[in-house]
Design a protein. Structure first.
Length: 341
């Protein structure tokens, strides 16, 4: 049998401002034979996340997942596919697995490595009642991030007002639904009227941050202030939250997507944290793997009782992954952004 070959996207250039297809290149690579302990996976679905954008900056933040390498495929991107060859105990052809070698058709994966803090360790996925791509969203690191963030700031006990920004996105839409299910009042902000209508249909009070100022939208949605802010955006959104939080309020610092393609922007009123004894808690979903089984069981029960409302923006064809990334960062996607390979 001749050597297998597979298409993969490699990084051509880093970008300071808007990223686009010109920063990537499609190449065909020969796939080497397997060593003991490895499997070969034919990938079905691969992820597109804002955090990847940070790793494509010339100056990526220290302490986070490493910068992607120029001329190399993107290692450290959750991906789901089917094992087609195995030299690893416990894995057989036909198993549906997740792993971190994304944006390519074929991946060689070692079975015993704790990739990406362990969240992307090769794992056979339980397909009972769910679709494979759900493991890149609600049942995977997006669900874990939403759940861990709310849990870190004690927002799963209910009875409070919780604001979620970028609320129609992958993490945001799950944070909204977990917070509502826990008995909170939820304020949700997003960047289009269609997103706002969707969030209101879930039970949140929503506003469009692109058509009103964030401070005004927030004041109208929560005139009494907020107890918790789940921050996906940073910058001006975080500044508005610091102003609107009640004494003793908490912030789950999930991400700051407004700053991924520009210089850092704020907030200018950090003293509010002192004045009101606020808690600002940064966190990474992948460092709270202990919460994964609890989150997955919560999501499965929501899938079973029909209460999980789950949106996906699907791009067909590996070659569309760069376009999917630009669309997501520009707010043209809804729910989890996925590439079907
Ligand atoms: N801490 C962790 O472990 C962890 C893990 C995963 C993700 N994250 C973070 O969570 C956040 C959401 O990630 P996601 O995967 O769910 O992405 P997403 O929300 O599905 O997509 C990003 C969204 O951000 C919004 N946005 C873009 N530029 C913006 C701007 N300048 N101001 C306000 N909103 C802007 C857009 O929505 P609108 O149209 O609504 O503006 C866009 O659709 C990101 O900050 C990401 O880095 C953190």
């Amino acid at each position: 049998m001749g050597a297998r070959r597979g298409r993969q996207i490699v990084v051509r250039d880093y970008a300071d401002d808007a990223i686009g297809p010109e920063h990537f290149e499609m190449v065909v690579a020969e796939v080497r034979g397997l060593e003991e302990g490895e499997v070969l996976v034919r990938n079905w679905w691969t992820s597109v996340d804002p955090g990847m954008r940070l790793r494509l900056r010339p100056d990526p933040p220290a302490g986070y997942f490493p910068q992607f390498k120029l001329g190399e495929p993107l290692d450290g991107v959750l991906t789901v596919g089917e094992v087609i060859e195995s030299r690893a105990e416990g894995f057989s052809p036909g198993d549906v697995v997740w792993h971190p070698f994304g944006w390519r058709e074929l991946s060689i994966v070692a079975a015993d490595v704790n990739y990406m803090n362990g969240v992307a360790r090769l794992q056979v996925l339980d397909m009972d009642g769910v679709e494979p791509q759900h493991y890149l969203g609600a049942l995977g690191s997006m669900g874990l991030t939403a759940y861990a963030g709310l849990s870190m700031v004690g927002a799963l006990s209910g009875g409070e007002t919780v604001w979620v920004s970028a609320a129609a996105g992958a993490v945001g839409s799950l944070a909204v639904q977990f917070a509502l299910r826990s008995g909170n009042r939820v304020v949700a902000s997003a960047g289009s009227s269609a997103k706002v209508a969707w969030l209101e249909s879930l039970g949140a009070t929503a506003f469009n941050w692109r058509s009103t100022s964030v401070a005004e939208g927030l004041a109208q949605a929560a005139p009494e202030g907020i107890d918790v802010y789940f921050d996906n955006v940073g910058g001006g959104h975080l500044e508005a939250a610091l102003a609107a939080l009640r004494p003793g309020g908490r912030v789950a610092l999930c991400g700051s997507v407004s700053e991924y393609e520009s210089a850092p922007m704020g907030p200018a009123n950090l003293f509010q944290a002192t004045a009101k004894e606020l808690t600002l808690r940064g966190f990474r979903g992948s460092l709270h793997l202990d919460l994964l089984p609890e989150m997955q069981s919560e999501v499965r029960s929501m899938v079973k009782d029909g209460s999980l409302v789950y949106e996906e923006s699907i791009y067909d064809g590996l070659e569309r992954a760069p376009e999917a990334m630009s669309d997501m960062l520009a707010g043209r996607s809804m729910g989890k952004v996925l590439v079907r390979i």
